[in-house]
Design a protein around this ligand. Structure first.
Ligand code: 6GU
Length: 243
């Protein structure tokens, strides 16, 4: 999978070289390219923004550098890229979208700053046959200063689902929001050694080796945590009591 990121702050994306993302790049499972949008400006001040038509506060990123940059990036590989525009006014990014992203051969993230990118950029590339569609996505109901952190969140969520990126020890089968028997539930609490710490004990059931009991206990914990923290998520029907 190839990932290109277009930004006026390339160094903001340096965390992508660390940890899981760094290992995925080193092992050739993902190929990450960060580009400075100002490379595609032509004036002395490398201007990327201007005042909004119709008035109002803030600045809008002009379409010309984005158009030239995306035209050139689209020639950098044989596949057709999918354009992702992180924006707080986009659709809600969630695990099903991460799963779709993880199957795409080529994602290009256009990270805007200020009040956003001139809307014609999304319109133009949605209708450009060299591109495989455009999506505008938000990572939550709050406003970040730019798309970079949101892009990194979406990239990490997608890349960890690419086959081979996670080791067995970090398997994603049990994740909150994964498919399967625990889907639509938050993960419950987890414990490791020591069995007793500052007067707090690991729940006895986890020490019994009784896997049916442990499974039932974990499901109950997940249901309680979901009801408490995320009452908006659909609760699962109750399992019968296990004694
Ligand atoms: Cl994708 N961008 C920005 N700037 N703020 C956000 C966001 C994205 N998602 C939530 N807030």
């Amino acid at each position: 999978m190839r990932i290109d990121i277009l930004t006026i702050f390339p160094s903001f994306l340096q965390p992508l070289q660390l940890s899981l993302m760094g290992r995925a790049a080193e092992s050739g499972l993902v190929d990450v390219h960060v580009h400075d949008l100002r490379q595609w400006t032509h004036d002395r001040h490398r201007t990327v923004d201007d005042t909004p038509y119709g008035g109002g506060p803030g600045m809008v990123m002009g379409p010309e550098p984005w158009g030239e940059a995306l035209d050139e990036i689209a020639t950098m590989s044989g596949d057709r890229p999918h354009l992702v525009i992180p924006t707080p006014s986009g659709r809600s990014f969630a695990q099903p979208i991460a799963r779709q992203f993880s199957t795409r051969p080529w994602l290009v993230f256009a990270c805007g700053r200020y009040e956003g990118i001139d809307a014609r950029v999304a319109t133009y590339f949605a209708n450009d046959p060299r591109w495989d569609g455009v999506g505008q996505w938000s990572i939550g109901d709050y406003v970040l200063a730019g798309g970079e952190v949101a892009a990194m969140a979406m990239i990490e969520a997608a890349v960890r689902l690419v086959p081979g990126v996670l080791g067995n020890a970090e398997s994603f089968q049990d994740d909150s929001f994964a498919d399967g028997p625990m889907s639509d539930l938050l993960e419950g609490p987890v414990f490791t050694k020591p069995v007793e710490w500052r007067g707090l004990s690991v729940p006895d059931v986890l020490l019994t080796g009784h896997h049916a009991h442990i499974r039932a206990w974990r499901l109950r914990q997940a249901q309680e945590r979901t009801a408490e923290n995320r009452p908006d998520l659909r609760p699962m029907p109750d399992l019968p009591e296990v004694n």
